[in-house]
Write a protein of this length. Structure first.
Length: 262
């Protein structure tokens, strides 16, 4: 199975599908200890993988690592880094309970256990230029790489504008809600916007309801000519976003970067 990513177009293996074969991956595999486990939601946790001594990889925010258990090397799964390249000494990945690998990670991964890590690769990278506006569109756990984007922009005190448009079913499905809110308060160039597609009418949610549409994108993006659109999440959301940007807003493919999860 392929993880189809458009830069405009690139491919990588599905970060959410078990695969017995990982092709064209780096060979310098490293065994890392799970240093910290953080529950984000009832079905989602963040694993912090501690770098071994003298390990100093060169990589970029937005890339992904591939993991597998020492006792089951045939099942490998790629996960976008939810940490930034400025977070040194560890990698963080945020995993939703899904499939064999995701279920084992969420239900059984504990501090002190070890995982084999294939180092970061990928080209879903933030373009941190002063005159650009990064409009990041995410669905569900597709928000994970944008945590790294927002962290790096804030840690480096960059002036690049970044707006995160995040679609979830209900308020209880918002991953990193507190951290994104804190980053928004700290970084005047970062905005965190959420829309709920299945919030109950009786829910206390005061934010936007409904799916992401062209009007919302246009309103949040402002000057479309300086915007670079990123979309990450389920294939249906990413393809719908691509259609809105290219067919409805009539923007060129060079302004779009996509990661489709099968």
């Amino acid at each position: 199975m392929l993880f189809l990513t458009n830069i405009s177009v690139k491919s990588r293996l599905n970060s959410w599908i078990e695969t017995p074969l990982i092709e064209n991956m780096p060979k310098n595999i490293v065994l890392m200890e799970i240093e910290k486990v953080t529950w984000e939601l009832e079905d989602t946790k963040t694993l912090r993988l501690k770098w071994p001594e003298d390990y100093e990889p060169i990589y970029k925010t937005g890339q992904f690592i591939t993991l597998y258990w020492p006792d089951c090397p045939k099942y490998k799964r790629a996960y976008s880094l939810s940490s930034s390249a400025l977070d040194r000494g560890f990698f963080e990945v945020t995993i939703k309970r899904d499939g064999k690998m995701g279920t084992r990670m969420v239900d059984w991964a504990e501090e002190g256990q070890k995982l084999h890590v294939i180092p970061p690769v990928g080209r879903f990278l933030p373009v941190f230029e002063p005159d650009k506006h990064l409009v990041c569109i995410a669905g569900g756990s597709g928000v994970t790489p944008f945590r790294g984007f927002a962290r790096e922009a804030t840690q480096s005190k960059l002036t690049t504008r970044m707006t995160l448009l995040y679609s979830v079913r209900t308020p209880k499905d918002i991953i990193f809600r507190d951290e994104f809110t804190a980053l928004e308060a700290e970084n005047p160039h970062f905005q965190f916007q959420v829309t709920c597609t299945r919030a109950d009418e009786a829910d206390a949610w005061q934010g936007r309801r409904g799916r992401i549409d062209a009007d919302w994108i246009t309103d949040r993006a402002g000057n479309l000519s300086t915007a670079i659109f990123y979309a990450c999440g389920p294939t249906t959301l990413v393809e719908a976003t691509e259609s809105l940007i290219r067919d409805t807003l009539k923007l060129p493919k060079e302004q779009i970067k996509l990661e489709k999860w099968g």
